[in-house]
Write a protein of this length. Structure first.
Lengths: 313, 730
């Protein structure tokens, strides 16, 4: 089975649970293959957790869920040292971060201290505890969710941490027809439980390697850099896209090409990914009279920007 | 290392190389050499990052005006130097050059300054070249060439980034490609070295081909003549001894008939003496006559036909490279029959010694044919014999020596009957009972010979030889003393003998009634001369000497005649190579030729030969071009960058499709990527959708995926486009 067929099978698998959102499923796969992390931002109850769960289920990956609350401590994520009476020594008990896919639910509800304990895990794929480093499982992917409506009692994520997410997605409400299908489903069972794994963890790593081999022609790289440059020069933005952001866009574009069954990138990939990969990495200028973290606003600015930059022919 | 730093390094090295050349060649005054050396070291340190040293040197010393003043002072000093101190233009100029170099080294700021430094170092290396012909100049010059190529390359490469660039919007947005190139990469390193080697190869070719002009000037300062002793009209006893420790090379003797026989010794005869006054030898037979010239440059001293005897000795052919000596004597193995060389005339005296009209001031090369007299059987029998009058008159002279010597000679020889046996007896007496030593300063004695024979029993070659001659003469056998060199140092790398000053020797020639003059050497082999150096060191020395010889022969004294010889050899070589190539090609072509039947017979060899003559160089040229094409990375880049014909076709098709759709009202905006445009088309004109999608797919693959379309796909795409043209938009 070639990579394209496998990826399509996974998409169909997840689509049995998440109804009517093929794009969201596709992008979450892109994030997985690009070795990135996903930030899902939406109102409660539209299937963020279910998406993460069904992705893990289809991949034969270990899955852990951490519910972020204001009294959550870093050790609740990373793990703790417990005194072992028999051995007369402290023993490290790995926390929930030691899984392939970690769902960080409502990440902006917890304190910055706890949020930042995720930082090292997300960028280095390892955990330092008691002067020791513990490598995390591979593949490793954090799917964080946050609720935009509730500003009360939340700690907005710092820029440094936002930059570490490959992309930010919104799921949105399903259409009435799709919603009806969800309601018609038997309620006794969690929908993700009936999914069967299609891909071993080892195969996920192979697919991730395939992403590196996708060809990005020079003119497309130039196009990507032009977009990045424009965000830095735009008057509408007070903070442009970092080099990490450019790198993320490049990796995501390659992964999207693979997901779509191509061995090369197209300008379309860049243009399509730019809003969801770049919008959480920028800051909208105050002169715009809007809240700085208004993601919808940021997405619209990026979209306008991309619509004005000539694509390579 | 970044280019500009590498350039600074290379420039300073270039200056250092020329400085070393000048120091070795011109013998700079010590204070100037130390000053320049210090300046170079400071410049190097400054470049290596020792900022404090450099700052100290530049900022605390003086301002620009100060430096300029120094230049003026230096220039005045140059005139003073030229007019009063050294009195010559060249040394004064060299001193001024060094001062200029020091000043420039502290003022390397602009690119112009670097150019000045290069000019100074070029003049310096040229000056040192005109001041010397020694071997060490070769490595220095090679180094200079090497560093020079590097420097110029770096100078050119650093030129571009310094020039002002107009930053346009589009340029500013792209990453600067220069940043990745302006480093000395391994590729660049080898490219530069290859270039330097190629330059050197080219220089060699030019050196061997262009006519020699100004050879006189360069050979002017060839060096002083070597002072020799023992080859003048009179030789004091003990005169040769002191030079026995002088290792300077006097000549090199190549033997055309391979390595020597006789335990690796070769006697090189110089001058013979007939009169001994108790302290010194004198040649009374010193009337020189011109030797008749057989062919141009070949002088015959005695023809082998003139001998009545049927048996002749073996001939020795020698090719001798004689360093400039203070004597006009031409050395050769005894006894010389003919000498050939580039001499206008050659003289000889009655003892068979060969002379030039005057001592040569440069190294000369000549060849000699020698044939020693064998001892004939008649002389081995006891028959009494009579000597010719001339021999008796000249070679039986005895000084007023005490009777003890004559008594001793009779004592030794009274049991022997023949002249030859008597001579042999004295020879073996001297060889066995006396000790060879260099520590015997006997010149002050009144009777050095008696002292040697009866008191010290220690001496060197002259004592032995004198003793033997005098003893022979007291018993009525004509004999004479011969001085020359005894060559023992065989150089196996160049197949020649190295003869040094310390090889100076004296031996005896005894006249036998029938055989003539034969050589006898009563000196026992020296214990001290047995090598104390390690063999490996010896071998290295011999190898170096070979290189030095070739250097002198092929570079310093390379002449127009040698050029001709090289050209002739090359021509002969290329002719034989061409003949071989023609042969192999004719065998290759013979079946085709046979097919042409009569025509082939008609054209035959001549045509094939001319064909081959054209074909071979063409093939070689093509191979070189191909090789260059494959090797050069930028050509490779161009090939991969260039689009193939099929790719161009699909791009044209796509362009036509875009144009057609635009006329139909579906315009592709510049910010619209290809697939988005396909969706737009499908929305607005569903009929055209599939055709547009398939053409776009091919285009994207070729343009962004670098997968060229196949012919079938192209044909299909053309069909699609034709259909699209005929479709009517609703």
């Amino acid at each position: 089975m070639n990579p394209t067929d496998i990826i399509r099978a996974i998409q169909e698998n997840i689509a049995r649970v998440i109804k009517g959102k093929p794009q969201v499923i596709e992008m979450s796969l892109v994030a997985l293959l690009a070795r990135g992390h996903l930030l899902l931002e939406d109102v409660p109850g539209v299937g963020k957790t279910t998406l993460a769960h069904s992705l893990a289920k289809s991949l034969d990956c270990s899955f852990k869920r951490i519910q972020f609350t204001s009294d959550l401590l870093p050790s609740d994520i990373v793990g703790v040292s417990i005194f072992n009476r028999q051995k007369q020594a402290f023993e490290f008990m790995p926390g929930p971060i030691f899984a392939n896919i970690v769902l960080a639910d409502e990440i902006n509800r917890t304190t910055p201290k706890t949020q930042s304990s995720l930082l090292e895990a997300m960028s280095e794929a390892q955990i330092s505890f008691d002067n020791k480093t513990y490598p995390l499982n591979q593949p490793f992917m954090v799917i964080a969710t946050q609720n935009p409506a509730e500003y009360h009692g939340t700690f907005p994520l710092p820029e440094s941490q936002l930059d570490r997410f490959l992309m930010r997605l919104r799921i949105g409400y399903p259409s009435p027809e799709e919603e009806k299908k969800v309601l018609d489903r038997p309620q006794s069972l969690h929908p993700a439980e009936e999914l069967r794994p299609l891909l071993a963890t080892h195969d996920v790593l192979l697919l991730q390697e395939q992403v590196d081999r996708v060809l990005m022609e020079e003119s497309i790289t130039d196009y990507l850099l032009a977009i990045v440059q424009h965000t830095r020069q735009s008057d509408l933005l007070s903070l442009g896209v970092s080099t990490r952001g450019a790198l993320a866009l490049s990796r995501a574009a390659k992964a999207l090409s693979l997901v779509r069954g191509r061995t090369y990138c197209l300008p379309d990939d860049i243009k399509e990914l730019a809003p969801i990969v770049l919008s959480h990495r920028i800051m909208v200028a105050r002169t715009q009279g809007l809240h700085q973290r208004n993601f919808e606003q940021a997405e619209r600015i990026i979209q306008d920007l991309v619509d004005s930059i000539p694509v390579p022919v | 290392m970044p280019f500009d730093q590498a350039l600074r390094f290379a420039s300073i090295w270039l200056a250092s190389t020329s400085f070393i050349g000048l120091t070795l060649g011109a013998g700079l005054p010590e204070w100037l050499a130390v000053l320049t050396g210090a300046a170079l070291i400071i410049a190097l340190l400054r470049n290596a990052g020792g900022k404090s040293v450099g700052q100290l040197a530049t900022h605390t010393l003086m301002s620009t005006t100060g430096w300029n003043l120094l230049v003026i002072v230096g220039f005045l000093g140059f005139w003073v130097d030229m007019l009063w101190v050294s009195g010559e233009l060249l040394p004064a100029g060299v001193h001024f050059l060094m001062i200029l170099m020091i000043i420039k080294l502290f003022n390397l700021k602009l690119r112009r300054d670097y150019l000045h430094l290069y000019a100074i170092s070029l003049v310096a290396i040229l000056a040192s070249g005109s001041l010397t012909t020694d071997l060490w100049y070769l490595p220095i010059f090679l180094l200079y060439l090497f560093v020079g190529v590097w420097t110029l390359l770096l100078f050119q490469l650093t030129k571009h980034p310094e020039e002002p660039r107009i930053l346009t919007m589009s340029v500013a947005m792209r990453p600067q490609p220069l940043a990745s190139v302006s480093q000395v990469t391994p590729q660049f390193f080898w490219l530069a070295n290859g270039l330097a080697l190629a330059t050197f190869g080219l220089t060699l070719v030019i050196f061997f081909t262009i006519p020699r002009v100004g050879a006189g000037f360069y050979q002017k300062g060839f060096g002083e003549n070597i002072r020799t002793s023992g080859f003048s009209e009179t030789v004091n006893l003990g005169e040769i001894g002191p030079i026995k420790r002088d290792p300077s090379v006097v000549m090199r003797v190549e033997l055309s008939d391979g390595p020597p026989q006789e335990a690796g010794r070769l006697y090189l005869r110089g001058v013979a003496f007939d009169q001994y006054d108790g302290k010194a030898w004198t040649n009374r037979l010193n009337y020189r006559r011109a030797v008749s010239e057989d062919a141009v440059g070949t002088f015959v001293l005695r023809s082998s036909r003139s001998f009545a005897t049927p048996r002749l000795g073996d001939t020795i052919r020698q090719n001798i490279l004689l360093e400039p000596l203070d004597t006009p004597v031409l050395f050769a193995a005894p006894l010389v029959e003919r000498v050939s060389g580039k001499f206008p005339s050659v003289q000889s005296d009655l003892t068979g010694s060969v002379y030039l009209p005057f001592p040569s001031s440069s190294r000369i090369e000549y060849s000699a044919l020698s044939r020693s007299n064998p001892v004939l059987p008649e002389d081995l029998s006891a028959e009494p014999s009579v000597y010719p009058e001339s021999v008796i008159r000249h070679f039986l002279q005895i000084p007023s020596q005490p009777e003890r010597i004559a008594v001793l000679a009779k004592e030794i020889t009274h049991t022997q009957r023949t002249i030859y046996d008597k001579a042999t007896a004295i020879h073996s007496f001297l060889t066995h009972n006396f000790r060879y030593s260099l520590d015997a300063p006997l010149t002050e004695q009144d009777q050095p010979l008696e002292e040697f024979l009866f008191t010290r029993k220690t001496g060197y070659c002259e004592h032995y030889a004198t003793a033997m001659v005098i003893m022979l003469r007291t018993i009525g056998i004509p004999a004479r003393l011969v001085t020359g060199f005894l060559a023992t140092e065989w150089n196996e790398y160049g197949n020649y003998y190295v003869v040094r000053q310390q090889d100076a020797h004296a031996w005896v020639e005894v006249h036998l009634p029938h055989s003539g003059w034969i050589t006898m050497d009563p000196t026992p082999p020296s214990i001290e001369s047995i090598g104390s150096e390690s063999p490996a060191w010896h071998a290295l020395g011999r190898m170096l000497d070979t290189i030095r010889l070739q250097w002198g022969r092929f570079f310093v004294q390379y002449s127009a005649a040698d050029q001709l010889a090289v050209v002739r050899e090359l021509k002969a070589g290329s002719t034989s190579a061409r003949n071989k190539a023609v042969d192999s090609i004719s065998t290759l072509f013979s079946p085709f030729m046979a097919m042409f039947g009569g025509m082939a017979g008609y054209a035959s060899k001549g045509m094939i030969q001319s064909l081959a003559e054209v074909l071979v160089p063409t093939l070689i040229g093509l191979a070189v071009l191909l090789w260059l094409g494959i090797r050069r990375p930028w050509v490779k880049g161009m090939i991969s960058k260039k689009t193939t014909r099929d790719e161009q076709v699909i791009m044209q098709l796509y362009g036509r499709m875009i144009g057609h759709l635009a006329r139909k009202g579906i315009a592709k905006l510049t910010a619209m990527p290809p697939l988005e445009f396909v969706r737009l088309t499908q929305e607005q004109w569903s009929n055209a959708g599939s055709a547009v999608a398939s053409i776009t797919d091919l285009y994207c693959r070729a343009r962004f995926g670098q997968i060229p379309p196949t012919r079938e796909e192209l044909a299909l795409a053309e069909d699609h486009l034709r259909n699209l043209m005929t479709l009517e938009k609703p």
